[in-house]
Design a protein around this ligand. Structure first.
Ligand code: ADP
Ligand code: PLP
Length: 286
């Protein structure tokens, strides 16, 4: 049956991150996707300077109030970049939009490389700490994990630090499944470390020597798509990492593109959709 899913994050009009990259990916999987935009920006906040920013919290409340009259409820929700007052709004109201047993994925987008993104501060981290307990799946990078735990030393600790962070996050926030993304290893590899119940697993891929805006958004959207097809978190993670490998490889071939633009994953989409639908058949046979 077609899944009814909700995506709540910003719309950055230029630069291909957040809703711009999540929406085509999720819709191409065949789900019925609804969006609750948190903010409207001229560009993402990472390098264009002087971006506009329109907070949409009051419009979110109006949209949700209409949806409540329509008695709309979702099978799954994916929350990405939010902003402070949309985050506070969702903290209070997200549960009213969900069916029983709905799958909630929260990507606690707030920083990278040891720093919070422009516009975020300690107040934002505190608010994020409150909402993450509503997730069944959390996808921080190591910086975000360290901020959620108030443990800055974890940021540079690689896989051992990620494993410690996984255990602590699970215990502190009672989140069943956590995937820590983008862990750079010394030998030109990149890893995601995740857990299934108490077992910890690692997925490793070659690491390209470039970094790109919105990789976390694509990863979370692809992971969520795989989960909506009933893949295990590890298999959905593997499919998401493969999608990013192909998209980054494609970008390496096009040297004339502004580096601030997020990735175009269209070339990787057919394989990704094949992978997750075949994986679904396989998982269901097991
Ligand atoms: N340079 C890279 N080479 C290969 N894969 C990458 C690279 N950068 C990101 N990825 C892939 O994208 C995923 C998400 O990237 P990450 O940097 O953790 O996101 P963000 O910091 O934007 O939340 C990584 O786990 C990895 O699979
Ligand atoms: C407004 C906005 N949304 C989304 C993102 C994407 O974050 P990530 O690279 O963690 O996926 C950014 C990053 O700069 C951003 O500024």
């Amino acid at each position: 049956m077609q899944k009814n899913i909700l995506v709540s994050q910003d719309l950055s009009c230029y630069g291909q991150v957040s809703l711009q990259s999540a929406l085509p990916l999720l819709s191409s999987s065949g789900a019925n996707v609804s969006v609750l935009p948190t903010a409207l920006l001229s560009t993402h906040t990472g390098g264009f300077k002087d971006n506009t920013y329109l907070d949409l919290t009051s419009e979110m409340a109006a949209i949700v109030s209409h949806w409540q009259k329509l008695d709309l409820h979702f099978d799954g929700a994916y929350l990405g970049y939010l902003g402070l007052s949309p985050l506070q709004y969702l903290y209070k109201n997200l549960s009213t939009l969900l069916k029983n047993n709905a799958l909630v994925l929260i990507d606690p987008v707030m920083g990278d490389n040891g720093q919070l993104y422009s516009g975020f501060d300690e107040t934002y981290v505190t608010a994020m700490k409150k909402i993450v307990s509503q997730a069944q799946i959390l996808t921080p990078n190591l910086t975000e994990a360290a901020f959620l735990l108030d443990e800055p030393d974890l940021i540079t600790g690689g896989i051992p630090a990620a494993k410690i962070a996984l255990d602590k996050l699970r215990e502190q926030y009672q989140i069943p499944t956590i995937l820590i993304t983008g862990i750079a290893l010394t030998d030109q590899q990149i890893a995601v470390v995740g857990n299934n119940g108490k077992q910890i697993w690692t997925e490793i891929r070659p690491r390209f020597p470039t970094s790109h805006f919105g990789t976390g958004d694509i990863f979370a959207a692809a992971l969520f798509t795989g989960l909506m097809y009933d893949l295990s978190a590890k298999k959905a993670c593997s499919a998401a990492m493969d999608l990013l490998q192909t998209a980054i490889l494609q970008r390496q071939k096009s040297t004339d593109i502004d580096a601030r633009i997020g990735l175009n994953y269209s070339v990787a989409l057919p394989d990704f959709l094949n992978h997750i639908t075949q994986g679904e058949k396989h998982d269901k046979r097991q």
